[in-house]
Unconditional design. Structure first.
Length: 88
């Protein structure tokens, strides 16, 4: 949930693409951060530079992303989904 917590503070995320990295599902490219193609220094640097170049607009966009998704990604919402799965 680090992406969600960072977004709550208007901080864009950089995550690494990988089949076991579920955090990539939370990052909308250029909206609340960027997904690095790999963990190589070059790919990570590229993603970090993109965040830097996007500047304040990306921070504003990240905060707006959080506002749109906060309820859906909250612990209460997750618990509701699990509880409903047991009653269905």
């Amino acid at each position: 949930m680090v992406v969600v917590e960072a977004s709550a503070a208007g901080t864009p995320s950089v995550v690494v693409r990988g089949e076991d990295n579920a955090a990539t599902e939370l990052v909308e490219e250029g909206v609340n951060g960027f997904v690095a193609a790999s963990a190589s220094p070059e790919d990570l640097a590229d993603a970090i530079v993109r965040v830097h170049e996007a500047g304040g607009e990306l921070r504003t966009s990240t905060a707006a992303w959080f506002e749109r998704n906060a309820r859906r990604l909250s612990l209460d919402s997750s618990l509701d989904v699990v509880a409903k799965s047991y009653t269905a």
